[in-house]
Design a protein around this ligand. Sequence first.
Ligand code: TPP
Length: 319
Amino acid sequence: MTLTAEKKHDLLRQMYTIRAFEEMAEQLYTMGKIHGTMHLSIGMEASAVGAVAALQDDDFILSTHRGHGHCIAKNADLNLMMAEFMGKETGYCRGRGGSMHIADVDGGNLGANGVVGGGIPIAVGVGLSQKMQKTGRICLSFFGDGAANLGPFHEALNMAAIWTLPVVFVCENNQYAMSYSAKKAFAIDKISDRAAAYGMPGETVDGNDLMAVYTAVRRAVDRARDGGGPSLIESSTYRWRGHSKSDANRYRSKAEIEEWRAKDPIARFRQQLIDAGELDDQGADAIMQAASGAIDTAVEFADSSPEPDLATIEDGVYA
Ligand SMILES: Cc1ncc(C[n+]2csc(CCOP(=O)(O)OP(=O)(O)O)c2C)c(N)n1
């Protein structure tokens, strides 16, 4: 379960990349280069990167409307991702999907989903197909605290459990579903306690501690791969930004946001590596600069990519 220093450097790079990607996306949105809305996961980077680090490259993930971090953790091509954001023909979904609907099937990312909780039952189908085909692959399903209060969550967990499917459910509890606090939406302290109702292991971890997320998800992944069936991991974290670009952020205090900003998962992991003698400040700065350089390259690629041809507007429309 231990990770090499080299792998940890790569995980730090991924976290810096997610932060730089989303800060850039925010700027491009303000400049009018990205349309619609988008949901940023700034502050939640350890949850995405720690969880995906527990998978093998050929395992699958299903993501959510707040999925930029998941895509990058699954090693998405940043150029194609940025082009998708800007609605360009070269994007992952030819500019049709935008921020909320990126899929990279070859990379094992079976798709982000704008329907809250929509990916959870799909993960059961993926898990069933992997079990029937005996591929040994795992499907990891990301969803939010709000999604854990929807019917499909309960149905999916029950089916995954009775069929002993190789699925890991990762609930990213960022404390709010839009403006509604998880404290008010749940009569239990830990969402992971719900696992007991379906006969699977459940665990709540500090979602801002990359190694804690990795260790818990890795345990669940190993169990699933060994035929032990699904698990539910609650990754407790926080989004620094509003729910989406149209959120005035009036339902929580500045003090609360500041308290969580002080728990920055990137600074924390960086310091852990430095304290362990696995990296120094100079090396960490170089990793951060390489990450932001890759984002600049992605913007250049997307900027110089063509818009989709209007004549192709109905391509991919099936109903
Ligand atoms: C089925 C469904 N209901 C409502 C919405 C509107 N909606 C979009 S995001 C959101 C909140 C989701 O909260 P959560 O699952 O905690 O994820 P988070 O936004 O915190 O990442 C809602 C209600 C939707 N997209 N789909």
